[in-house]
Design a protein around this ligand. Structure first.
Ligand SMILES: C[S@@+](CC[C@H](N)C(=O)[O-])C[C@H]1O[C@@H](n2cnc3c(N)ncnc32)[C@H](O)[C@@H]1O
Length: 256
């Protein structure tokens, strides 16, 4: 079976749109998976995925890299903490945030920590989604190695985490601020009414067409005046067309 036919069958059977992932990277990762798991070809891979639910999870784990950490790119998070969040919190009191493609939960919990510091005891809404169910289970467990917390300052580490051997557990008060849900950015309907959407280091895996569709979806999901926080190596070329203003390299704002 050719790779194109495999992609077509994955869309039909799993509603998984592999055509929206950059072809070269995707093919490299999929060929690596075949070699590692000693799967002969794409026909055998499809058969495995349709007959074994766990194999599908492993497949999703290989689709993109799950690497994440708390306050990834610290100076951008500082900008969020000092400029965007106070601006949102000041008139509204409570805010609604979406961490899209949240991976292991380090990103939504970083947001939870900032909300606890800047607007404590208020009923904020913090939604976190990812395509990968296994990674959402990891996020809900909230247990992190040293690498994941390397940008967390000492004070925050002792206030918001409990050490457990060589790992750190995020405290319950932050954990319970986050609602996790499976969501595919390519095929699912986008939730609405957010003051801040954080989607970092995921659209780099997608084709330009898919990026446009996702950014349009985010713009429609934002409240007027709401912010979109993207990754350091990402860029929205047609932001004006989408009704966004560029504030700084990682931040866009929905026009009022
Ligand atoms: C590199 S991680 C980014 C994690 C976090 N946002 C950060 O910047 O640290 C990429 C995540 O995108 C998720 N992902 C890949 N394709 C997706 C899709 N179509 N819809 C939603 N999430 C997706 C992966 O499961 C993975 O957890």
């Amino acid at each position: 079976m050719e790779f194109d036919e495999f992609k077509r069958r994955m869309l039909v059977s799993f509603r998984l749109d592999l055509n929206s992932y950059k072809e070269t990277q995707l093919k490299r990762r999929m060929d690596g998976l075949l070699a590692r798991q000693k799967i002969k070809d794409y026909a055998d891979l499809l058969h495995l995925l349709t007959s074994d639910r766990m194999a599908y999870q492993t497949f999703l784990d290989h689709l993109t890299i799950n690497v994440s950490e708390f306050f990834r790119d610290p100076h951008r998070w500082l900008e969020l903490e000092k400029k965007m969040l106070p601006e949102l919190l000041q008139p509204r009191g409570t805010i609604k945030i979406w961490s899209a493609a949240c991976s292991i939960g380090a990103e939504p919990y970083s947001l939870g920590i900032l909300l606890d510091e800047l607007g404590p005891t208020r009923p904020h809404r913090l939604d976190a989604t990812d395509i990968d169910k296994t990674i959402l289970d990891t996020a809900q467990a909230g247990r992190y190695n040293q690498d994941a917390v390397r940008s967390v300052g000492k004070e925050r580490l002792s206030k918001y985490f409990t050490a457990s051997g060589s790992h750190y557990l995020i405290n319950e008060n932050i954990k319970k601020m986050v609602s996790y849900k499976r969501h595919d950015l390519l095929t699912d309907i986008y939730p609405q009414g957010y003051d801040l959407i954080v989607c970092r280091n995921v659209t780099i895996y997608f084709t330009r067409e898919a990026q446009d569709k996702i950014n349009k979806g985010f713009s429609q999901s934002l409240q007027p005046g709401g912010f979109l926080f993207i990754g350091g190596s990402e860029m929205i070329f047609n932001y004006q067309e989408l009704g966004l203003e560029k504030i700084s390299p990682c931040f866009y704002r929905k026009r009022k």
